[in-house]
Each structure stands twice: as C-alpha cells, then as structure tokens.
Design a protein around this ligand. Sequence first.
Ligand code: 3HC
Length: 325
Amino acid sequence: MYAQMVKSEATNDDPEKLAAFQARIDAGEKIEPKDWMPEGYRKTLVRQIGQHAHSEIVGQLPEGNWITRAPTLERKAILLAKVQDEAGHGLYLYCAAETLGVSRDDLTEALLSGKMKYSSIFNYPTLTWADMGAVGWLVDGAAIMNQVPLQRTSFGPYARAMVRICKEESFHQRQGYDIMMKMAFGTPAQKAMAQDALNRFWYPSLMMFGPSDKDSVHSAQSMAWRIKMNTNDELRQKFVDQTVPQAEYLGLTIPDPAVVWNAEKGGYDYSEPDWTEFFEVIKGNGPCNAERIAARQKAWDDGAWVRDGLMAHARKRAGAQVAAE
Ligand code: 3HC
C-alpha cells in the first residue's frame, strides 16, 4: 500500500496547473490539504513527514532506556517529560501526513516492513548516563537546526506542526546541555564519560543531515517545492559552527583534529562522516536497527486489541447513526 502511495511515477500533471502551483510556492503561499498539488509533491511530503514521524517515535527508545536509571528524581521527571514530548511530535506529524490521504496504519506497516526509513541516529546505543546529555545537546541540537527552517515549509499542516515541535526541541537541547555541564564540570570520571559520549555521538549527529549534497537524491526538487529550505551540507555546516564553541565551553574536544576555524569561509572546517557506515545504517545494518524495529513491532502487536476495540466501537456508532437516519 505504501509503495503505491509513494512510488515514483511519470507525472501526468497538467503543465498549466503545475506552473500555477509553482507560482504559489514561489510567492511563499502555503499549500493546504484540499488544494490541487502535483502527485510528486504529495508523495515527497508523505515520505518526508512519515519518516520524520517515525523518527520521533523510534527516537523515544534510546532515551526511554534510561528513565528507570536516571541519577535523581528531578532528572527522571525531566527525561520522562522529554520522551513524552517526542511521542507527541510523532502524533502531530502522523496527523499532518494523514491530511495527504495516507493512514497511520499504512505508515506504521511500511516502517515495520522496512519500506520506510527513520533517522539513522536512533540506531546507535545509549551506553551511559552521559549519553542522555549528548543526545539532548547534539541530536536535538541537529534536529532543531533542520526543523527551524521547516516552520516556513510550503505545506501548511507540516509547517504548523513544526512551530510547536521546535519550541519543545529547544527545551530538549537545553536539558541535554545542562546534563553535559554537570558532567563536564564534575569529577574527572564524569568528565571522561561526557567526552566519551561526545566521541561516540559526534559523527552520527553529522549524519542526521543526510548524505552530502552531491549524493542527495531529493534535495533539488524538494527545495524547488520548498519542502526543504536548505541543502543537507548547509545545515551540517551551521550545526558544526554552533556546536564547536559549545564544546569548547564545556572543556571537551570534538573528536576530529580537522576542526579548525576557517576565516575565509567564515565557518569551521571538519571531516566528513564515514558515508559507507551511514548507508549501511539506513539499509538496516546499524548497531541497533533490529532491536529498534523489534520494539516497534512488539508495541504494534501489543496494541492490536486497542485498535480492534476502537474500530468495533466506531463501526457500531456508524451503524447506529445510519439506522437513526
Ligand atoms: N537517516 C535515515 N535516512 C536518511 C537520512 C538519515 N539521517 N538522511 C537521508 N536519508 C535518506 C533519505 O530519506 C533518502 O532515502 P529515500 O529516498 O529512501 O527516502 C536518502 O537517504 C537520500 O537522502 P536525501 O538527501 O535525498 O533525502 P531528503 O531530501 O529526504 O533529506 C532529510 C533527508 C534532511 C533527513 C530530510 O528528509 C528532512 O529534512 N526530514 C525532516 C526532518 C527529519 O526527518 N528529522 C528526523 C530527525 S530526528 C527527530 O526529529 C527526533 C528528535 O526528537 C530528535
């Protein structure tokens, strides 16, 4: 079903309608669900919003892993709230995707069967409490860098979902940095844990922005449609420029000797991540892919009785309504 919804197909869109649509995009107008849109635009949105929604939901798992082991009651409450926020983000995004004529069930089935992706970052394990700091600081930091511009994306429901999501992500980033400050300014052992977490999450965080521009399949068309507002490399550079001084403040070292200020370009130089590793992870061969999908499959199977019950109730109500009319 999902393959039918997003498979690429020669577009038979009327050239006049296409030109009028592009003019609306170029004028900065929002496209709403009932407006005419090219099939490719709809499919690109279903792919991106669906993948984004799955990332929020799967993204609960690496942090959920630490709720029972948070060092204090306060940290536990904060982490619990953050993980709940991610569930909410997933729900706003599934709702935005539903306005494009795709059901949440179809999207979930596409995730579970491996037809749809979710962010590569969530296939890395969270081994210590310092990882909660690194995830909030770096992963949520990278997510915001990508999502702030998406508040201006051309599709209305996606842009509006992003406004609320970005507010919450910025709290997430701050709480992660706060954990890093406690660790980095703590005992030598705590500082070593913070450094180790930075070492492990640095390159996977850079990968979140997607392949380098020369290998990005969708960027050109998505930017013309204002589904994406920046290229992958533009956002990655902004993230590096924002993060390096934050690491310096913490007294931590970015695990890349090539990170030096380049006055000519007005940004930091840095080494590319290992793109072979990235493509393996998004193919399903990362350290935690099997575990993440197994957890989602279990949640889906365990929730079957709730979905069945709700559907039976909805059918009964619809039947009663028809009988009354
Ligand atoms: N993880 C998994 N797959 C990725 C990826 C990543 N980090 N980056 C790229 N890909 C995939 C693409 O989906 C595409 O595969 P497909 O054709 O099968 O869908 C392929 O790699 C080629 O990449 P492109 O650059 O051509 O793809 P896009 O134009 O879609 O750009 C993107 C990738 C920048 C991630 C874009 O989709 C995007 O901006 N998405 C919205 C933001 C999003 O999904 N964020 C998830 C982050 S996690 C999060 O928000 C949770 C928070 O709580 C931390």
